[in-house]
Design a protein around this ligand. Sequence first.
Ligand code: ZN
Length: 237
Amino acid sequence: MNQHLKQLIDLSFVDKEIDAFEPQIEEANYKYEAALAKKQSIDSDIENLSKEIRDEEIKKNKNELHLAELSQKLSENAKKSSEIKTEREMKSLQLEEEIAKEQVAFANEEIERLERIIDAKKEQVEAAKTALAELDANLESVRADVEKKLEVINQARQEVFQKKEKLISTMNQKGLTFYQKIRRWAKNTTVVPVEEQACMGCHMLLNDKTYADVIKAEEITTCPHCGRILYMEPNKE
Ligand SMILES: [Zn+2]
């Protein structure tokens, strides 16, 4: 077999090996990233709840202010009742007092209702903070675990990189450039075997001349349909 072709086949296997590390790295990172995402989600829950609590407290304050105004009004009315001269005046004062008392009752109910909401939300914040503290305590060990896994992967990857460098150093620049040009679009199918006279990259049938060239393997042959580099697997000749 042509030496350059042999080198390109070897290189394509090394490149495949290098690419195979990517999903391993992603998988290792996933656990830590998932923990971080959870942390961010709890952080934003706490932020939202705190904002809701502030809003409910503003509403509660408004009701309390209203309550203070009403009680002032009621005590003023009590004073006025001693100065009343006509029945009409008395009726009007009684009516005002009734309305004010109704409003007092309503404001009190509203304050109670808001307090219940605020308490429930505060409990939710506390629960979220507890979950966050647990997560924080865990995060460091998750990170350490991920780093250990990445270190093992990186070491293995480094070895493959070295293998690739060694291989490339023996190759001629022209063949390498040719390979890289195809690899840009064909990725891990840059160099493909031929099976049953078909290119295993595009699955098109090869003409007899190309097929014979691939079998001879005296030079680098590319698929006339897709342009990938072709070779014959030894046991399939
Ligand atoms: Zn093809």
